[in-house]
Design a protein around this ligand. Structure first.
Ligand code: ZN
Length: 426
């Protein structure tokens, strides 16, 4: 059994998508049903998501077409095995298969041409519902497996044997025996830099340390209300490519993405006069020369992570596709989040002279997730640098971010839901 790895290369993925699009143009119409490829064709798992909490957890398996599946349960330790007929895992598909809710650990791979996902659970669980369905208006299909907490005596072992499958279906949803898990929207907070890349420096204070502290506080503040789940792209001091950050956003089906940085003008004659927070949204045309230079600086972070991890978006054809992918709705929602952050940041920590800017940040190039990049202040400014390391100030900014995120979801639950549907339907 070869387990699928975590390796992911967004550039290669985009090229692969291009090749597939060309193949379709030659061999068939893109509108034909995915299952028309024949029973011997291999299905691809394109992504896996885990949502819910320690009482009810949903595992969503995104496929390029509907497949037959079977689910088994094993004890000592408690495990759920999901077998997918003639399926393989795309690179990066496993990224979203995280330990969350009832899931303690997991692995996936192929065995005898079939795809297998093994979920180790925190205790005895029952499969409340499982079905494959097509998402309206989208190609491909999705398998949702809903797990609920149960007692040791209520745990039913169904060993892997064809006739003994607990559930075995191809499409018709079985009668549901309970309410769907209450799924909280996910917000991804992305502390910039990390590991070998310290970001901006002022004496012995590194940007990577300041932004991680703020991100952790923001997560605690946002989750305290119990309505929203926060995924941090990194919770430790570790290296992380920009492509990986974007992939984590997609895999966790994020509804918002907030990247946190702290700028520096070290060496500039303006180092002591320029201060305050700035919020950036994505634009391939920078709002100013300063914004363009900053995006260039932040995008260079990947040179410290490794050449192979870089998003290959310098190819003009891929740049064009990326521009197309920045859909109007996502861009509009990004501006909405920015506009909600501005007053909260103004009231708590103060803004720079030109606080709403735009530039071509790689980490903001996300087709489906509204995304902003916040520069908390200037490491090069004495006053800002003092505030940046103050726990009081860090709590203030965390509270400001939490308040803006709460405002966003209160004001447009419909928009958030539609972004989520898109993100969860591939
Ligand atoms: Zn930075």
């Amino acid at each position: 059994m070869g387990f699928c790895g975590r390796a992911y290369d967004a550039g290669r993925r985009i090229r692969l998508a291009l090749v597939l699009a060309c193949a379709l143009a030659v061999f068939g119409s893109p509108g034909q049903p995915a299952s028309a490829a024949g029973p011997e064709a291999t299905a691809s798992v394109t992504g896996i998501g885990v949502q819910g909490d320690a009482r009810r957890t949903r595992v969503s398996v995104h496929l390029d077409r509907a497949v037959r599946f079977a689910i088994y349960t094993l004890a000592d330790p408690f495990r759920i095995v999901v077998d997918l007929d003639a399926a393989r895992f795309e690179d990066g598909a496993r990224a979203g298969l995280v330990a969350r809710g009832l899931i303690e650990a997991s692995r996936c791979g192929t065995a005898g041409g079939n795809g297998r996902i093994v979920l180790a659970t925190r205790g005895p669980v029952a499969v409340d519902a499982a079905h494959v369905f097509r998402v309206p208006g989208e190609k491909g299909a999705r398998l949702d497996v809903d797990l609920i907490e149960t007692s040791a005596s209520g745990y039913k072992v169904v060993a892997p044997a064809g006739s003994a499958a607990l559930l075995d279906g191809t499409g018709a949803p079985p009668a549901r025996t309970g309410a769907a898990p209450k799924v909280r929207p996910v917000v991804v907070i992305d502390p910039g830099h990390g590991g070998a890349d310290p970001g901006a420096l002022n004496g012995d204070v590194a940007e990577k340390t300041v932004v991680l502290a703020v991100a952790r506080l923001a997560k605690a503040e946002i989750e305290a209300a119990g309505e929203i789940e926060v995924v941090l792209t990194r919770a430790e001091d570790e290296s992380l490519s920009l492509a990986r950050r974007v992939e984590m956003s997609r895999a966790s089906q994020a509804r918002l993405f907030v990247s946190i940085h702290a700028d520096s003008l070290a060496g500039s004659p303006f180092a002591q006069s320029v201060r305050g927070a700035t919020i950036y949204t994505l634009s391939e045309k920078a709002s100013s020369e300063e914004a363009r230079l900053l995006a260039e600086k932040e995008n260079a972070a990947d040179t410290l992570v490794g050449r192979e991890a870089r998003v290959d978006d310098d190819d003009p054809q891929i740049r064009g596709i990326l521009a197309d992918l920045v859909r109007r709705e996502t861009a509009r929602a990004s501006l909405d989040l920015r506009n909600r952050l501005l007053p909260h940041l103004r009231a708590s920590i103060g803004l720079s002279k030109d606080p709403a800017r735009a530039a071509g940040f790689r980490v903001l190039r996300q087709a489906e997730v509204p995304a902003v990049l916040v520069e908390l202040g200037y490491m090069s400014n004495r006053q800002d640098a003092q505030m940046l390391v103050s726990p009081d100030w860090q709590r203030k900014i965390a509270a400001a971010i939490a308040a803006a995120v709460a405002d966003y979801f209160k004001a447009q639950p419909g928009a958030a839901a539609s972004v989520h549907r898109r993100a969860s339907s591939r």
